[in-house]
Design a protein around this ligand. Structure first.
Ligand SMILES: Cc1cc2nc3c(=O)[nH]c(=O)nc-3n(C[C@H](O)[C@H](O)[C@H](O)COP(=O)(O)OP(=O)(O)OC[C@H]3O[C@@H](n4cnc5c(N)ncnc54)[C@H](O)[C@@H]3O)c2cc1C
Ligand code: FES
Length: 275
């Protein structure tokens, strides 16, 4: 383990807030994880109750010795997490995964593209860009205005926030990709959101020769790099791939990488999207 973790640490729920129509914003105290967290990293939570694999959730915001989570109730694990009382401690491993890389040239203008709960990967990135004195624009998209989350927390950095909704109920009518196509191409792109959005973002970046990194979400088993349940295809030669030489009989042209341990962040140029 490096000094930056990951740590196995009890995280104490200090604040829970319901955000209609179905989101939760939880603040947990875990000093080691909070101190080490970087953009796009996640925690794996062991929730009290019947045995289940740990729940991976992105580290959203960090303040002092606390970090926050932003999530929607989907199934058993998120329901359990949402129902925890303040003061409860949960076993937490984190921070896990790699991070977005900032451009070496500090004058490069960054655009952060977040779809839905993909915004959870963006607050720490916005803070890192802000602390580095860099300029950024944030494109935030959702299907409808009532599903837009994250604006309140992201506003504190003072970056322009460009809101897009599919139905036009707030901001630009259309997707974040359509909005991006209408703007001057940025120097660097960062994305997190649903697969279709990320695929379109990577295609846009590759077509325009723009450096782009995306944080992927897959269904995780162990969250720790051991089960190989979360692999995605990557370009052969990509540093995040297995690097295993191709067997003579092998027909596939790509390598694979584990999203939990080799990512979650990958360069657009290294991802191989399959239909
Ligand atoms: C690295 C990483 C970071 C993540 N960060 C976040 C985060 O910050 N916030 C967050 O809300 N989630 C995040 N997720 C997703 C999260 O881990 C869970 O998969 C999700 O919250 C559902 O968990 P569950 O056990 O409650 O539901 P499950 O029992 O897994 O699912 C219940 C039902 O909901 C459906 N479902 C589950 N997830 C989704 C989805 N995303 N969209 C549509 N239907 C779905 C399932 O198909 C199933 O029918 C992240 C996942 C990864 C791998
Ligand atoms: S979830 Fe087990 S290796 Fe990624």
């Amino acid at each position: 383990m490096s000094q930056s973790g990951p740590y196995l640490e009890p995280a104490t729920l200090v604040r829970r807030e319901f955000l209609p129509p179905g989101f939760w914003y939880l603040t947990l105290r875990a000093p080691q994880i909070a101190a080490a967290a970087k953009s796009a990293q996640f925690v794996a939570l062991d929730l009290p109750g019947t045995f289940m694999v740990r729940l991976p959730l992105g580290i959203y915001t960090v303040q002092d010795d606390t970090f926050s989570l932003l999530f929607q109730e989907w199934g058993e694990r998120t329901r359990r997490l949402a129902s925890l009382a303040e003061g409860t401690a949960v076993s937490c491993i984190g921070p896990l995964g790699n991070s977005f890389r900032l451009p070496e040239e500090r004058t490069t203008r960054a655009t952060l593209v977040a779809g839905g709960l993909g915004v959870a990967a963006m607050w720490l990135l916005a803070r890192e860009l802000h602390n580095a004195g860099m300029d950024a624009t944030i494109l935030l998209g959702a299907r409808s205005a009532n599903l837009l989350v994250g604006m309140r927390e992201l506003q504190i950095f003072g970056f322009p926030l460009d809101v897009c909704t599919d139905d036009g109920s707030s901001g630009f009518r259309g997707t974040v990709i359509q909005r991006l196509q209408a703007l001057a191409p940025p120097g660097v792109l960062y994305g997190c959101g649903p697969p279709g959005m990320l695929r379109a973002l990577c295609a846009y970046a590759n077509d325009h020769g723009i450096t782009c990194e995306v944080s992927l979400e897959e269904t995780f088993g162990c969250s720790l790099g051991t089960c190989w349940g979360c692999v995605v295809p990557v370009r052969r030669g990509c540093p995040q791939g297995t690097g295993y030489p191709r067997a003579e009989s092998e027909t596939r042209s790509f390598d694979v990488a584990r999203v939990c341990a080799d990512g979650t962040v990958f360069r657009a140029a290294d991802l191989v999207w399959q239909t």
